[in-house]
Design a protein around this ligand. Sequence first.
Ligand SMILES: Nc1ncnc2c1ncn2[C@@H]1O[C@H](COP(=O)(O)OP(=O)(O)OP(=O)(O)O)[C@@H](O)[C@H]1O
Length: 228
Amino acid sequence: MLSTNDLRVSYGMSEVIHGVSLNVGENETLTIMGRNGMGKTTLFKSLIGVLPSQGRITLGDEDLSSTQPYQRVQKGIAYVPQGRLVFPTLTVEENIATGLEATGAKKIPTDIYDLFPVLHDMRHRKAGNLSGGQQQQLAIGRALAADPKVLLLDEPTEGIQPSIIKQLAKNLNEIKQMRKISIVVSEQVLSFAMAVADRVMVIEKGAIVHEEDGKTANQEEIARYLAV
Ligand SMILES: Nc1ncnc2c1ncn2[C@@H]1O[C@H](COP(=O)(O)OP(=O)(O)OP(=O)(O)O)[C@@H](O)[C@H]1O
């Protein structure tokens, strides 16, 4: 579905993603694990196109390498950034509606509110008044409004309490089931990653250093990569 080949990303003269090649299959969840500063956010920003990169990025048969972020969204990539970045002064409903611009649809798909009933209950409230977990749900709901083929989530559990993290894992599995989409999620929380991953990759210093099947993954080995 979404693939990269020899992806390289630099800040000025300094290359921080060193030739990453990956592929997420149809209806697959790929979890990319790595400690702070290993390159997860940089990788995601290059996938959605807000950072320039070298190498190839393809979605299905289409080469996206030289396309703009809005074109990638139109073609089916949605991005939930680290820190969520909802629009605090817009209502919940208005936030979700911004995702509709990609498709030109006028109505919020009902499955978003089925998935996150609290967003329906709070649809007229300002997003800035929601808790961190609710804002994360809103950011995911907004991304789903763009009807993506691939959903990218950058460290969705950051700053979220453990009980809500469990719920979030359940939500991601429901989304994959409901929408039959591909999901790429970066994470540092091992339990969350194991609850959602079909496949796990570990990123260290901008390179993929380990990969295995999510269902049979050796958690101790992955935990060693995450230990400081
Ligand atoms: N705007 C920038 N300019 C220069 N270097 C940067 C910039 N943003 C990130 N870096 C560097 O790029 C490397 C990868 O950072 P990145 O934020 O992608 O890592 P990360 O795995 O997402 O970490 P975190 O979990 O802390 O967000 C780090 O060495 C970081 O210092």
